[in-house]
Design a protein around this ligand. Structure first.
Ligand code: DAH
Length: 336
């Protein structure tokens, strides 16, 4: 096959293209000229064998000059591109850090809770956010006239449910204990993390917040076990320097009941009620609650606790207002 050997004008055009090429274009031109199979120069040099005598040596001379000129032009252009600012590749340049998303503080903390209690042999059990009065109150030994049932505090749901067992957004994770005890045989230990709802809103209260409940039932589980489990977990989750204060308390579903406070580690603030913040209610599971779940209280005993997740996070990260956790402001969230 005869190949049209480029003439002087064609070579000049190549030189112009090289002069204005980007690094990608330059690589293409190099291939077009010098490619081992179809390079224009490669083919033109091969064509020489079809010429003879003087014509052949004259053509060979011309092609070799072109080859040298174009190869040099390409080399020069390559180093120009490397040293010019827009083509330079500076290995010492520090690039802006690529942004990476991460879990919000609340699910992140709950995962840690599951991990820490998991290591202590606790199951994780989740149950519905919509409950009825029976599970949110009655089976937990709340008397019918208990103040916690007040419509001022609880979000009741309009439904066809009977007037004495209305549907509601659960006000605590404690109904999870009942559901778990009804479907498992002791001994057991489990935690119950999730969202809960109350008509409350200020710097340390939000109408939706998170709790994790814990329950441990066995033959001889005591308050000492409870304290050991809770303090081990809190130190692991918040800080080994955490300071606690236990007070007597009252909950219908535990007897005796206690409340535990943690010392606020940030700046003093009037919303903190001094330096202490209540983070957990706890106690020995009331015999009536065990009975309500078909467990014999003469045979089994144990403890339960209910932690406020947001409050623990506030203490851990020294966040003065719990509402910042729910505002979705990326400037706040990116700090953690
Ligand atoms: N349910 C209680 C609340 O929301 C917290 C609580 C107290 C849970 C004592 C428990 C407990 O399991 O034993 O205020």
């Amino acid at each position: 096959m005869a190949v049209m050997t480029p003439n002087a004008q064609d070579w000049a055009r190549y030189e112009n293209r090289i002069a204005s090429a980007s690094d990608v274009e330059l690589a293409e031109i190099e291939q077009e000229l010098f490619g081992r199979k179809n390079g224009v120069l490669t083919l033109a040099l091969k064509e020489l064998s079809s010429l003879d005598g003087d014509a052949r040596s004259a053509k060979a001379k011309e092609l070799n000059i072109q080859k040298k000129t174009l190869a040099e032009a390409i080399t020069t252009k390559k180093s120009d591109l490397l040293s010019s600012t827009d083509g330079a590749f500076d290995v010492t340049m520090s690039l802006p850090e690529a942004e990476r998303g991460h879990l919000h503080l609340i699910p992140e903390f709950i995962r840690e809770v599951e991990e820490v209690f998991g290591r202590m042999g606790f199951d994780v059990f989740r149950s519905a956010e919509i409950e009825d009065e029976e599970y949110n109150f009655d089976l937990l030994n709340f008397p019918k006239d208990h103040a916690a049932r007040d419509a001022q505090d609880v979000f009741f749901i309009k439904s066809d449910a009977p007037a004495d067992n209305k549907l509601l957004l659960r006000a605590h994770t404690s109904p999870g204990q009942i559901r778990y005890m009804q479907s498992n045989k002791p001994p057991f230990r489990a935690i119950f993390p999730g969202k809960v709802f109350r008509k409350d809103a200020d710097a340390t209260h939000s109408p939706m917040f998170h709790q994790f409940e814990g329950l441990m039932i066995g033959k001889d589980i005591s308050l000492a076990n409870m304290k050991g489990v809770m303090i081990t977990a809190i130190k692991e989750l918040i800080s080994h320097d955490a300071e606690f204060r236990c007070r007597t308390g009252y909950f219908p579903f535990t007897e005796p009941s206690m409340e535990m406070d943690m010392r606020w580690q940030g700046d003093d603030d009037s919303s903190r009620e001094g330096k202490w913040m209540e983070i957990v209610g706890c106690g020995m599971t009331h015999p009536n609650v065990l009975r309500n779940c078909g467990i014999n209280p003469d045979e089994w005993q144990g403890f339960a606790f209910g932690f406020g997740v947001e409050r623990m996070i506030m203490i851990k990260h020294q966040i003065p207002d719990l509402r910042s956790l729910f505002q979705g402001d990326r400037r706040f969230l990116k700090q953690f």
